[in-house]
Write a protein that binds this ligand. Structure first.
Ligand SMILES: [Fe+2]
Ligand SMILES: [Fe+2]
Length: 217
């Protein structure tokens, strides 16, 4: 590992520390049968906090979002599908086809009642950590990228590349790299690609092209 960038431990208020500690404890119970998922979640939280500190995003919100983002992964796929239907989640396609996108959306609808201290920005980041959206906030981007590059993920060339870009390129570009890498992974695996993802891709690609043209002019 290279030298740490601006990643000194961020100090939170005692109230914030207490809430994070409570959420970690709750998650350990929630994911007690899934120790790898628990380790991943805590790793995403630390990675998100570091990314947030690097890119001027609130590190507390990033850490909190990281802890909770995969909360609903405690449930089986069929349980997630049933819950999504109960909640009226409609993605315009058979939910079975996009079951891997649902856990963030479910958590974003159910967890606010449990943690009313956390603002809507956290729930939005959790809702879009699987699918992304055309209007990603910096916190959304931090969580999305942290989920993809946290150190417990295997060192694939794409992930290694994203890790090497942290702090060197703007957050938007780092997110783009991660987002496109995710789509490529879906395509290479011959998996179903959610049409909403293509829309998000095109919206972001058009915006990036417009920005590049402006910079050239
Ligand atoms: Fe997830
Ligand atoms: Fe995750």
């Amino acid at each position: 590992m290279g030298k740490k960038k601006r990643a000194e431990k961020v100090r939170f208020s005692p109230e914030q520390e207490a809430l994070l500690e409570q959420m970690r404890g709750d998650l350990a119970i929630q994911l007690e049968k899934k120790p790898k998922r628990l380790a991943h979640s805590l790793s995403v939280a630390r990675t998100a906090e570091r990314l947030a500190a690097t890119y001027g995003v609130d590190p507390f919100l990033a850490h909190a979002a990281g802890i909770l983002h995969d909360w609903e992964k405690a449930r089986s796929t069929s349980e997630q599908l049933a819950r999504a239907r109960e909640l009226g989640i409609d993605l315009g396609v058979e939910l079975e086809l996009v079951h891997s996108l649902l856990h963030g959306m479910i958590a974003a609808r159910t967890l606010p009642a449990r943690y009313p201290e956390l603002p809507p920005a956290v729930w939005h980041a959790i809702a879009v950590h699987t699918s992304a959206c055309a209007e990603m906030s910096p916190l959304d981007e931090v969580l999305f990228v942290a989920d993809g590059i946290e150190p417990l993920r295997p060192d694939t060339p794409g992930i290694e590349r994203s890790r090497s870009l942290v702090g060197k390129v703007p957050l938007d570009d780092l997110f783009w790299e991660s987002f496109v890498g995710g789509i490529t992974y879906v395509l290479e695996g011959g998996r179903y690609l959610y049409p909403g993802t293509i829309e998000v891709y095109n919206a972001l690609a058009a915006r990036r092209a417009g920005r590049a043209a402006k910079e050239k002019a």
